[in-house]
Design a binder for this molecule. Structure first.
Ligand code: HEC
Ligand code: HEC
Length: 360
């Protein structure tokens, strides 16, 4: 079974998350009314989405089926690991308890579980971009021996043998058939609707109800725009490119994007992750090597390692990294904290319907 390590740290994080959630409750009156909770609504400050819901229209039944599948451990080889075991709503669907993911039989993966939000805007998935369609992302997790360790055929056979699912597939898609295509569509209705766009940052840029930034947050935003936004671009906070940000000079253990393209020029490049909810999604980087945002900024300021594929933006005027004073780091962190969307991490639509909790 899934075990939680680093318990005191994890509890601390929970307390921090709780503080944010409490914070948001006090601002409830400022939230926009939501007419249809199952409609896919693109936030005003986002670019155009990539996933086409016209081909897979979201319905309440389809979304709820997708959510049930997402939280069902029976999709794994030993019936114990669900998508939600690693992708935890309280932490913006990242996993706090492990630097590297833990799957069936507590097997260790080689990468950190990324947060999930605004997936409908992502052209490619995984740290190396190994999947290019939202609907195929569950396949990788289900069949990966160190994640859910199951075959697609077994999953479909198991679902066919469970009475509850047949009715739910019929309600969602009008057929009695349970097949992988419909299963993936239902899951994409759930994962595609995980839209995070209600942080203080969003309300500030949309000028909602006079939401203001503090002086530190404003300076942090300026520093971010000057030093970080060329990669962590737009209000999605990623330009969807693959880059080497200098974590190492030898990528033999995980060559990243090169695995997908077989091009040595892609060695050590990883997808620029979105920074939405970043205060909640530690540990950071593809290998989970940093536990705090301060350590991430220490890395950019003085820890960048040189290698042939290091991003040119991190090697300017003969200097490695991004020069940042301690005060500037503090302001950047103040800004990054505004990206926390407590309404998203606490949204009852996204919760485990059986345990009705995101933190079992
Ligand atoms: C054992 C832990 C674990 C489980 C269980 C798991 N995931 Fe993941 N997930 C990961 C890891 C680790 C990655 C990054 C993989 C990589 O980059 O190679 C990931 C990546 C993803 C991504 C891509 C996110 C991005 O930003 O590119 C999606 C989407 C996703 N998982 C969905 C799912 C779904 C749906 C399920 C259930 C069918 C699932 N995951 C089950 C650990 C897990
Ligand atoms: C040259 C492009 C580039 C620049 C500039 C850049 N980053 Fe990144 N950032 C990346 C990439 C690529 C990763 C993922 C690297 C990996 O895991 O191998 C990343 C990861 C991160 C992460 C970890 C997120 C997570 O979920 O694990 C944080 C936090 C972060 N960057 C913040 C910043 C800040 C703050 C700045 C400005 C001071 C900045 N970055 C500048 C490319 C960049």
């Amino acid at each position: 079974m899934f075990k939680i390590k680093l318990r005191p740290y994890w509890l601390l994080c929970l307390a921090v998350a709780g503080a944010f959630i409490g914070c948001d409750r006090s601002q409830k009156g400022t939230e926009m009314p939501e007419p249809d909770p199952y409609a896919f609504v693109a936030p005003a400050n986002f670019p155009e989405s990539v996933y086409r819901f016209q081909n897979n229209p979201v319905t309440k039944e389809g979304f709820e089926l997708g959510r049930m599948l997402f939280y069902d451990g029976r999709l794994s080889g030993d019936n114990s690991v669900s998508c939600g075991t690693c992708h935890r709503q309280t932490f913006a669907f990242a996993d706090h308890s492990h630097d590297l993911s833990h799957g069936v039989g507590n097997k260790l993966g080689n990468r950190n579980t990324p947060a999930m939000a605004n997936l409908a805007w992502m052209p490619e998935f995984f740290w190396d971009g190994g999947a290019n369609h939202l609907e195929v992302t569950p396949l990788n997790a289900i069949t990966n021996p160190v994640e859910m360790g199951e075959t697609l055929k077994n999953v479909i056979d198991k679902l066919n043998g469970m009475p509850g699912y047949r009715e739910k597939f019929r309600a969602a898609f009008g057929h009695d058939t349970i097949n992988s295509q419909l299963m993936f569509r239902a899951m994409a209705q759930f994962t595609g609707l995980l839209v995070s766009a209600n942080s203080r940052y969003d309300r500030y840029v949309r000028r909602e109800n006079g939401v203001e930034f503090t002086a530190d947050e404003k300076e942090g935003l300026q520093l971010f725009t000057a030093n970080c936004a060329s990669c962590h671009a737009t209000d999605l906070f990623t330009d969807h490119s693959y880059r080497n940000n200098g974590l190492d000079s030898d990528f033999a253990r995980d060559p990243g994007r090169e695995i997908v393209t077989s091009d040595p020029a892609d060695r050590g490049k990883f997808k620029v992750p979105s920074l939405r909810n970043v205060a909640l999604t530690m540990p950071y980087m593809h290998n989970g090597q940093f536990y705090t945002l301060r350590r991430v900024l220490d890395h950019y300021a003085s820890g960048v390692k040189d290698s042939p594929t290091l991003d040119p933006l991190l090697r300017q005027n003969g200097r490695l990294g991004i020069p940042l004073t301690e005060d500037q780091k503090t302001k950047l962190i103040a800004f990054l904290n505004t990206l926390t969307d407590a309404a998203f991490c606490n949204d009852p639509r996204f919760r485990d319907p059986i345990n009705n909790s995101t933190d079992q």
